[in-house]
Design a binder for this molecule. Structure first.
Ligand code: ZN
Length: 134
């Protein structure tokens, strides 16, 4: 018996620009048009200045591990344990929830420099993930 298909993230209208860019292998984040603060995921209001004006802009794809957790319990048969869930703080300041690839989950460290890679989950959904960088 094969494992059921992996669940795909819901592409909401607010997050569509992010997934469209990921499909092109480009990482983007929202940037406040008033104060320049980058944020992720999409929000209507800037938490720094309360402006409602923003746009999606390309970001470097580089950052550091801000927080990490290693999952040892499987909540879905398509997810093989253990795996690492991380919050990456991008160079631009936005924090992004993702996974680490190319590294044993137990070796993921806070402050570890990482860079984006892209995993094509389906013909229409590509998910940015991160790998260690030197
Ligand atoms: Zn702002």
């Amino acid at each position: 018996m094969s494992a059921p298909g992996r669940p795909l993230p819901e592409v909401t209208p607010a997050m569509e620009p992010f997934f469209a860019a990921a499909h092109r292998h480009q990482l983007v984040a929202q940037r406040c048009s008033t104060c320049g603060t980058h944020r992720f995921p999409a929000r209507e209001i800037c938490s720094s200045c309360l402006s409602r004006e923003s746009s999606w802009v390309p970001v470097s794809g580089r950052g550091t591990v801000f927080s990490r957790a290693v999952m040892h319990q499987s909540y879905h048969p398509a997810f093989e344990t253990p795996y690492a869930i991380v919050v990456v703080e991008l160079e631009e300041g936005a924090r992004m929830l993702s996974n680490i690839v190319g590294c044993a989950p137990a070796d993921v460290r806070i402050g570890m420099p990482v860079e984006v890679v892209y995993e094509e989950l389906s013909p229409t959904v590509t998910l940015p993930k991160f790998r260690p960088r030197s």
